[in-house]
Design a protein around this ligand. Structure first.
Ligand code: ATP
Ligand code: MG
Length: 719
């Protein structure tokens, strides 16, 4: 046993060792990217267990994603011979779900309660607003959703809110009505999972005492991104006796837009009487140049808690910078590089392409498909968010709980069975007047003229319910039954265009059911639906077959790759235009860039394009300021424009795309070059026409936008 403990601790540096073996009191490990925070947290759990200081049931471990939770469990299973399932390891949402399933009665929820992901929540809000006749122009549903979630995350119900202005009063009213609707339907949204379990713990002294005594060790990864309610929940569970061991990095706080509060770090130090944070300063992930670049970038932020990161890994390779002419060309550059790396023996799964916003992925995907490179994409429409999968899940939800109005509305006429909007309106009216669910309204014959068609639907659901309950079907059989008997399969078989892919996804859903491992086989369906809802809310990559990984920077948090491509480094995109107006927004963008850079172990590519199609419009962005903030000597430019001017055509874009252009010198300027104009300031040359002494340049000026200038008159200098 002593030997086993020794091997657990082997290889840790002094600070890591001290963190792992910290006595049983609260601690905050404050350390930069790649310094081993997650590793320390996992090792500490193993150490607590193997030294007998904690039993598995006493461990509460919070991770930021479900994937991270699974990884932690797998690692722990390999480190110590204990039943990992006895530990509570999961995301805040996952853990609260587990709690509410156990105590659904105290929480006033049906035992089959369903979870609304963000899209479900949105349609529930729209439906509510329609029924209350609230204009969605004055009250954009997205804003209503933000209001509701924001208040829940602050722990505030509608009844404690008040407002002087009528607009906010209306929002509060909608919040209250939305909550009532959710209660009636037995569904909870993501923020509700947390708030409800928090309220149950507050209200129920015995339960609280039980869990406070039980969880002797609470450990939290990515602590910088906890919001107020999550922190309050942790504090409540810890009680007076418990301890919280949190690890985090203020420089990686990237969820302020969702209510995360870095201030929680200070609160933790105060509330749990922690004298000093533990600091880890050695980075084990990235080569020296990458780390130097990350450190230099983040220095531009104010008010940091401050830390030093170093590595003994050596400088490594330079950071590669590529400026493409267009987004398409950027994508083909990335594809070419990935292929080259692959030829050199790098595996695809060890490479990631990161981008700031999901919309960028389409062009990349297009290039990858053409090049026949396998890839996985995360953060876009994920499996559980696909239309066909959501349809099938809606049927399954009705099997579990027919009062789920969202599910009724989703599939009452899918496949088409002649139940039109008018009928649905009737049902909604009945359900409103009588305060019953849509299902009950349908059963009571509240459909008016289409009563026959509606009762066919009711009969279909009844028979699905009866067959899956009585026939002792496995979960996979139940899913398969639903896909067939609902008519979904036939519907997609008839769809020549997209049917094949959608059927493949439905089969994949059956596979997912077959390999699903419920904690309680009796509750397999509900557990499966819960897992699907929680996964749909998560934007995080899965480990898997050898495929290039594509994801947003947000989704990449905590992960590492041998090679990383950070794409779209353009003003307006990264930093994002919505966040450029104020310093706070910009600093959050910079932290996001810090996260992006620090995902890379060996090789880092930065790329941008001089023109990009976004939201159906062409734009001609400037290179991101974040590139300018990196030390120049660490960068190696791979762009064509770096070649000596005389040897390259001025605009070395593919000839085919610009046949009308002269290939001579554009008055000594080239596309992509930064220039300065006496009146318009600094800009980038994005196009050129003419030759010899009749040259016109199109220039994108930072302050003044895009202009064509005639070189005979314009006063330009290279900037
Ligand atoms: P992030 O802030 O990005 O979440 P982190 O601080 O959680 O990073 P880890 O992911 O735990 O860092 O560790 C980064 C990498 O360094 C991992 O591959 C990990 O296995 C490795 N590592 C951590 N500590 C050591 C060590 N003492 N010796 C060797 N490798 C280590
Ligand atoms: Mg980590």
């Amino acid at each position: 046993n002593v030997a086993a403990q020794g091997s657990l601790l082997a290889g840790l540096n002094t600070e890591q060792l001290s963190a792992v073996t910290w006595p049983n009191k609260s601690a905050l490990v404050l350390a930069g990217a790649g310094s081993g925070k997650t590793r320390v947290l996992t090792t500490r759990i193993a150490w607590l267990l193997s030294t007998g200081q904690a039993n598995p049931a006493g461990i509460l471990g919070v991770t930021f994603t479900n994937k991270a939770a699974r990884e932690m469990q797998t690692r722990l299973a390999a480190m110590v011979p204990v039943n990992v399932r006895a530990m509570w390891i999961g995301t805040f949402h996952g853990l609260c779900n587990r709690f509410l399933r156990l105590h659904h009665r105290d929480a006033g929820l049906p035992n089959t309660f369903q979870i609304l992901d963000s899209a479900d929540q949105m349609s529930a809000i729209k439906r509510l607003m329609k029924s209350l006749d609230v204009s969605d122009e004055r009250f954009p549903p997205k804003a209503v959703q933000g209001f509701i979630s924001g208040n829940k995350e602050n722990g505030q119900r509608a009844d404690v809110l008040s407002a002087g202005d009528p607009y906010t009063r209306k929002l509060i009213e909608l919040y209250a009505a939305y909550d009532a609707q959710c209660r009636r339907e037995g569904v909870v949204d993501f923020a509700e999972l947390l708030l409800r379990s928090y309220e149950v713990l507050v209200a129920n002294q015995a339960l609280r005492a039980h869990y406070q005594a039980r969880f002797s060790h609470i450990l939290v990864d990515e602590f910088q991104d906890t919001n107020r309610l999550q922190y309050a929940w942790l504090k409540l569970l810890a009680g007076d006796m418990g301890s919280v061991f949190a690890v985090g990095d203020d420089d990686q706080s990237i969820y302020a837009f969702r209510g995360a509060e870095v201030g929680n770090m200070r609160s933790l130090l105060n509330d749990f009487a922690i004298a000093e944070p533990i600091r880890l300063e050695q980075n084990y992930r990235s080569a020296g140049n990458i780390l130097t670049a990350a450190n230099a970038l983040i220095e531009n932020n104010d008010g940091r808690l401050g830390k030093n990161l170093w590595t003994d890994a050596g400088e490594g390779e330079p950071i590669r910078l590529y400026e493409a002419y267009s987004d398409g060309e950027e994508a083909s550059f990335i594809v070419d590089e990935v292929k080259a790396l692959q030829r050199d023996g790098w595996n695809l799964a060890g490479m990631a392409v990161l981008y700031r916003s999901n919309a960028q992925s389409r062009v990349l995907e297009h290039a990858l498909v053409n090049a026949n490179l396998p890839y996985r994409i995360y953060g876009g429409l994920r499996f559980f968010e696909r239309q066909e999968v959501k349809h099938a899940l809606a049927y399954l939800r009705l099997v579990a709980n027919p009062d789920d109005d969202n599910a009724v509305l989703r599939v009452i006429n899918v496949p088409a069975r002649g139940i039109g909007a008018r009928t649905v309106e009737n049902l909604l009216a009945v359900s409103r007047e009588q305060g019953v669910s849509l299902w009950q309204a349908a059963c009571a014959g509240g459909a008016g003229r289409s009563a026959g068609k509606v009762s066919d639907f009711v009969a279909l659901i009844e028979s699905l319910r009866a067959r899956s309950e009585n026939a002792e079907l496995t979960l996979a059989e139940a899913v398969s039954l639903v896909v067939d008997a609902s008519g979904l399969r036939a519907m997609y078989e008839a769809d020549r265009k997209e049917g094949e892919e959608r059927l493949a996804n439905l089969d994949e859903l059956i596979n997912a059911a077959a390999s699903f491992m419920p904690d309680d086989p009796q509750a397999a369906l509900v557990e499966f639906l819960t897992a699907a809802a929680l996964e749909a809310g998560e934007h995080q990559a899965e480990a898997g077959e050898d495929a290039l990984q594509l994801m947003t920077v947000h989704a990449a948090k905590g992960l590492e790759f041998s090679a990383v491509f950070v794409s779209g480094l353009e003003e307006g995109l990264f930093p994002h235009e919505n966040s450029m107006a104020d310093r706070k927004g910009l600093e959050e963008e910079r932290r996001l860039m810090y996260v992006a850079i620090t995902r890379a172990r060996q090789r880092l590519y930065l790329s941008c394009a001089q023109s990009r199609m976004l939201h159906g419009r062409s734009s001609y962005p400037l290179r991101s300021r974040f590139v300018e903030e990196l030390p120049e000597d660490l960068l190696k430019s791979l762009s064509v424009k770096a070649a000596p001017r005389a040897e390259r055509a001025a605009w070395a874009a593919p000839a085919a795309s610009k046949p009308q252009r002269s290939a001579g010198s554009a008055g000594g300027y080239r596309i992509g070059q930064s220039v300065e104009h006496a009146k318009f300031g600094v800009g980038v040359v994005i196009d050129a026409e003419g030759a010899d002494d009749d040259v016109r340049l199109q220039i994108n000026f930072a302050e003044h936008g895009i202009k064509w200038l005639d070189l005979r008159y314009a006063k330009l200098t290279p900037a």
